[in-house]
Design a binder for this molecule. Sequence first.
Ligand code: SIN
Length: 296
Amino acid sequence: MTEAAGKVSFEDRTYDRFELNPIAGALGAEIVGVDVNNLDDETFDDLYAAWLQYQVLAIRDQKLTPEQQKEFGRRFGELQPHVFNKSIEGHPEITEILKTENETLNNGGRWHTDQQYRPEPAKMTMLYAHEMPPHGGDTSFSSTYRGYETLSDGMKETLAGLKGINNGDSKNHPSGLTRMERQKAGVGTIPQIDPGDAVTISEHPIIRTHPETGRKVLYVGSHTERIAGWTKDESAALLDYLKIHNGQLHHTCRIKWEVGTITMWDNRCCLHFALNDYHGYRRRVHKLLIKGDVPF
Ligand code: SIN
């Protein structure tokens, strides 16, 4: 990893402290041969570099208690409790996403980036798989670096300076219900709580710069409901186009889970989409978030 003019370059970067298998052309790598409960500093530095380079890492064969998951998470930054999702007993920073064999709606089944509606959206999300269906239930990721880089110069100029308004609780959810309406109706895979005074609608640049790599991204996902200064109708056509553009298949990779897999992704440069193709089976993961910066 080299640094020049505030940008990090990964040219010629190799990793010899663990096995790293890239899983797609755009982003994503599988890591084998580490125990995250026993990582020396050099191996952690390599893992961090690999995470910045590949945006999504799936680390196989881990055994984590909630306390150990938090300890590993803290090596990446400050843990950020979820403002809407109820946490598990004794661990305010961890939420459990459980879809049972009787449920049909899943959590996260749209292209989104976590906490985009917060003033300082999450830098990283880390999921740890406790139960998985025999097939299905993968998570897809899409590189928003690619989303930006594949726009025309004309579109890049049009978007420069525009801001998106990101709402954490709109009726755009596939159920057509707000979070509390879902909670009251008993719909959903995570119990919801009242966010109190927490800010849950935030304005951020549509073209965002990654604070560590210096690269630009197209920062538009399902929480983005309007362009600042434009009406909802005026925004709709452009935002719909940008959302489809960001999620194009050649910008993506897909993680196939196993019990014991940790998947951690960089919300500053990718979207994710939890596939809902395993009705009749249970899927249970523990999620934690690492706090990020104000997007610029
Ligand atoms: C999420 O959207 O954070 C959940 C992703 C998943 O369960 O795969």
